[in-house]
Design a protein around this ligand. Structure first.
Ligand code: F6P
Length: 558
């Protein structure tokens, strides 16, 4: 029998938080004025990350009750259970051990009779060996030419993590070796990604945990046909040999890899205790290993492990993922926030918000708890974001002056990847400093706003005042690090994994299943014949869907 989660809404801490939220009138101006130590007291270190929570809408009593809530829902026990390998993914009866993917080689962890650390490092060695061969040119295509482009074919967790990290770690990539990514079943994706590539120098990595995903298998077949057609045009080669030299796979379903025609020797496995959205540090990261090399990938894993250790061992009051997770609960369940922005002041992190969307929303977008009962509060926020300063010129207006509460995480680095100077009128400006001035300015403006009197003092006439007032008290967390290294990226990823976990425990949900994606997949399979013209299949659909399919068939050119 499954243990029922503690219902957070029945705890004393929940009642206390509700009482605190009742008539809550935040004033960051007053709080900072009254307590000169606020910034210091609410700034924490987690591995190499410097995290300032002081511009959040929290007071000491709120924080105390949030920490009490964590205790009353059994967060520490659940965290231990996850790290130990208990089946905390209840609805799929699985352990949840992405943290084991970054355990050092001398660690020990046996789960369900499996020596997890040995298996993880065995696969890592094979991935590293493969990547070294591609990087050095020892792995050649079927015509003997070295590989110039690696195309990862995967979707969701088999795509978003590798893409995000490939972009984030651009300064660490090997010259002359490019990675591309095909995810969407929109044929445009395959067509445009393959455009301009030479089949003789292109290698595909088919990444799919299940090896049953429609998008990935379809794209893999398209790529296989493209490869074989292209090679045939330039002289012709043995198809089997071509696939062996140009296709590798990453999956937990190695039998299905073989059925697809990929040599199991060219396949890298992982395990059902790695969720798709938690898998970029498994063999799913093979394209990234090829791009940045085993040494840098090892640094990324070490960064994740450092954050795991922080989460596992630090007391709750100084535990950054715990605090950030609890803050999200405060905003979601007590102050009515529905979304959460992530705003990296780093162009290299431009895919980080998209990556976090799957991590957070596929994990915590649930309406039932892990024992099947209905949730008792709101769950999962809508995560979104774009890099600053681009976002400033697009949607920040709403965050500054709109009617909705949008808690936001700002991320920045002291050192730029590309230190450029702007020379103008005989002066020279460090552009990164201009960039960071924006980062500091935005969180300041959001926190402290601008009063009507301050607007008037600038000489604005009375009728122009209201539109120019900034209410302030818009909560932000500032996350900084010295620079965006592989280790720091790993720390950021693990930070958000554990924030997500913390929230999931409070809500009593299984953050590791994703049944909500299944219905659409099934219906797409059922509707495919109708779309192709099977009228009896179309007739089984609802009138709206029938009419939409009819529109499509009428307008589709032969
Ligand atoms: O449809 C959702 C999902 O199952 C994700 O959880 C997963 O990351 C993605 O599809 C891809 O799955 P796979 O790696 O099995 O192809």
């Amino acid at each position: 029998m499954v243990d029922a989660p503690v219902d957070a809404t029945t705890t004393e801490a929940w009642d206390a938080l509700r009482a605190l939220a009742d008539g809550f009138t935040p004033s960051l101006r007053a709080w900072f004025a009254e307590d000169p130590e606020r910034a210091t007291a609410l700034t924490f270190s987690a591995a190499d990350l410097h995290v300032d929570l002081s511009k959040n809408l929290i007071t000491r009593p709120v924080l105390t009750e949030l920490l009490a809530l964590a205790g009353q829902v059994g967060l520490a026990e659940r965290r231990e259970a996850m790290f130990r390998g208990d089946h905390v993914n209840v609805t799929e009866d699985r352990a949840v051990l992405h943290t084991a993917l970054r355990l050092p080689e001398d660690a020990t962890l046996e789960v369900d009779g499996q020596d997890v650390v040995r298996d993880v490092h065995e696969v890592l060695r094979r991935v590293y060996d493969f990547a070294d061969k591609v990087r050095s040119g020892a792995w050649t295509g079927v015509t003997g030419e070295r590989i110039r482009t690696v195309v990862n074919i995967g979707i969701g967790g088999s795509d978003l993590g590798p893409v995000m990290a490939y972009e984030a770690l651009e300064p660490y990539r090997q010259d002359g070796l490019e990675c591309r990514f095909i995810s969407n079943i929109d044929p445009t994706d395959a067509a445009t990604t393959l455009a301009g590539l030479d089949p003789a120098t292109t290698l595909f990595i088919v990444s799919s945990k299940t090896f049953g995903t429609l998008e990935t298998l379809t794209n893999a077949r398209l790529c296989k046909a493209w490869l074989l057609d292209g090679l045939a045009r330039t002289g012709g080669v043995d198809d089997k040999e071509a696939v062996a030299k140009h296709f590798v796979a990453v999956s937990t379903a190695l039998d299905k890899v073989a059925d697809f025609g990929i040599d199991p020797d060219n396949a890298f496995g992982f395990w059902d205790w790695v969720g798709g959205r938690y898998s970029m540090d498994s063999a799913i990261g093979t394209s990234l290993v090829v791009a940045i090399g085993p040494e840098r990938f090892t640094e990324l894993l070490a960064g994740m492990h450092a954050m795991d250790e922080h989460f596992r061992t630090t007391e709750p009051a100084r535990n950054v993922p715990v605090l950030m997770g609890l803050l999200n609960v405060w905003y979601t369940n007590f102050l009515g926030a529905q979304t959460h922005a992530v705003l990296p002041y780093s162009q290299l992190l431009h895919r980080f918000p998209a990556y976090l969307q799957q991590l957070t929303m596929e994990s915590n977008g649930k309406g039932v708890r892990w024992d099947g009962t209905a949730v008792t509060s709101d769950t999962g926020e809508v995560f979104w974001g774009e890099p600053g300063t681009n976002g400033q010129h697009a949607f920040y207006q709403l965050i500054h002056q709109g009617t909705r509460l949008v808690p936001a995480d700002f991320i920045a680095f002291a050192n730029p990847a590309y230190p450029l100077r702007d020379a103008q009128d005989g002066a020279s400006t460090d552009v990164h400093e201009l960039f960071l001035a924006n980062f500091f300015a935005q969180t300041r403006a959001l926190a402290f706003g601008k009063t009507a009197d301050e607007v008037r003092a600038e000489g604005t006439d009375e009728k122009g005042v209201p539109a120019r007032v900034f209410p302030g008290n818009r909560p932000t967390t500032s996350i900084m690090a010295s620079e965006l290294t592989p280790s720091v990226l790993g720390q950021l990823i693990a930070l958000y994994e554990h924030i997500t976990f913390t929230e999931g425990v409070v809500w009593g949900i299984d953050s590791f299943d994703q049944w909500g994606v299944e219905l659409g997949k099934q219906l797409a399979q059922q509707l495919a014949p109708a779309v192709a013209g099977d009228e009896s299949a179309a007739a089984r659909a609802d009138p709206s869907t029938q009419a939409l399919i009819a529109y499509y068939r009428k307008n589709r050119r032969p």
